[in-house]
Design a protein around this ligand. Structure first.
Ligand code: RNT
Ligand code: ZN
Length: 414
């Protein structure tokens, strides 16, 4: 234990904050890290370009080209990130050993190697049906006017819920299976209602299939707009908020899926008044849903603080969702994930009693004073100690590891 840590701990103790208790609580808050930062949301189907209104920009060399490379990269990234971790995968990451398997024919056998990987690395698994990068997704999926198209995607989603339940069962840790669809219109539609009715019907059909909620939790993700769907997104916030509340599903709030000045940190407390649990896709939009690597900025801190202040540790499932192909992907992944834990730790070090008392007595000057003072507290020493206890690099030395890995592994990929 470093002298710096001891001193820092005392600074926090003076405010009534127990650093050891903060560490113990953080150890139990899992963050679900997405697999798709490693390969620009490509997956292994080779079915074509990424579409659905999402885009990865940049062509930094070294993208994982197959499942072995991706798993190797994930393990590298995990070794650089402290805390309890889960892994979030998409249906397009099925391990079909080179065989073409239609998405409505996927089953858990195609993910057996991911279950082994999760066991080996002591990870819970989360899952997503993939409703994009597929010829049948060109004109809508679950809201399509074509019944055959809807049927295909309903079957895919049902399969994915069953796969999710198998993950939950085999890992003895429930899986969150999240539905996001890209459906929408580039130009102003005449009828916004009919596609929404069809989406509602399709979702009801998907969730009618009997899947054990002990092992699989269903989430639905809203969006404001996507590229090529600028004028109307069928699965809007209002649509899914109503759907999640009326069907008792998890609502997924993605930080990049709202108007640029709208923040999801402000939505958590309202959503949890009417929902048991929610899912977050922690991301960073820059002007649009650009999925930039998450920085330790005000909004990230506010998201973490909302969870910690109200003891939502179990009710908020924290997932990450960003993808940047313009910088070393392992650093992108690692920096974003470390920031999430950093924000959670910072939130855990708030003198909650002092702040609550100040607020409750109407002393907002004291509240502001404490909040500002916290920004110059010796947080670095606490963060470094937490990383060390987790056996991961505590500072910029994580970049040395990324560099060495790049030299020996990723730079050799063409
Ligand atoms: C798209 C959604 C969705 C995807 C992933 C890959 O805007 O955010 O969550 O990013 O499923
Ligand atoms: Zn998302």
């Amino acid at each position: 234990m470093s002298k710096c840590f001891e001193t820092a701990k005392n600074f926090y103790a003076d405010l009534g904050v127990d650093v050891e208790a903060a560490f113990a609580r953080l150890d139990k808050i899992p963050v679900s890290i997405h697999c798709w930062q490693g390969d620009d949301v490509n997956g292994f189907e080779n079915s074509g370009e990424l579409d659905g209104g999402i885009a990865v920009t940049g062509n930094y060399p070294g993208r994982a080209r197959n499942i072995q490379e991706l798993k190797c990269d994930i393990e590298k990234m995990l070794s650089l990130v402290p805390g309890a971790k889960r892994l979030n995968i998409h249906a397009i990451y099925a391990d079909t050993e080179g065989k073409k398997v239609e998405r409505n024919e996927l089953d858990v056998t195609h993910f057996a190697s991911w279950i082994d990987f999760a066991k080996k690395n002591k990870l819970g698994l989360d899952f997503n049906p993939t409703f994009f990068a597929h010829p049948l997704a060109a004109n809508g999926t679950l809201s399509s006017a074509d019944a055959a198209v809807r049927k295909y995607w309903i079957e895919h989603a049902v399969n994915c819920r069953k796969i999710g339940a198998e993950f939950g069962k085999q890992l003895n840790d429930p899986c969150v299976t999240n539905v996001w669809i890209p459906d929408g219109f580039k130009d102003t539609p005449f009828d916004r209602l009919s596609p929404r009715k069809r989406l509602e019907e399709s979702l009801d059909a998907i969730f009618a299939a009997d899947v054990d909620t002990k092992y699989n939790l269903d989430a639905v993700e809203s969006k404001l707009f996507g590229i090529g769907a600028e004028s109307c997104t069928i699965g809007s916030h209002e649509f899914y908020m109503g759907y999640a509340v009326s069907r008792k599903k998890l609502l997924c709030l993605d930080a990049g899926h709202f108007h640029p000045t709208e923040v999801i940190s402000d939505k958590i407390s309202s959503a949890l008044l009417v929902l048991d649990e929610i899912l977050l896709h922690v991301s960073r939009g820059v002007r649009w849903d650009s999925d930039h690597v998450i920085c330790w900025d005000t909004e990230l801190q506010s998201i973490a603080s909302e969870i910690i202040r109200h003891n939502f540790d179990r009710r908020v499932h924290i997932g990450l969702d960003y993808f940047d192909g313009s910088i070393n992907r392992i650093s992108a992944w690692t920096i974003g994930a470390r920031n999430m834990y950093k924000a959670l730790l910072f939130a855990l070090l708030e003198p909650a009693d002092l702040l609550r008392n100040a607020e409750n007595s109407g002393d907002f000057g004291t509240r502001l004073g404490i909040m500002e003072e916290l920004k110059t507290m010796p947080f670095t020493a606490i963060w470094k100690e937490y990383c060390e206890r987790c056996g991961v690099p505590s500072g910029l030395n994580f970049l040395d590891e990324v560099k060495a890995y790049e030299k020996n592994i990723t730079s050799k990929r063409s």
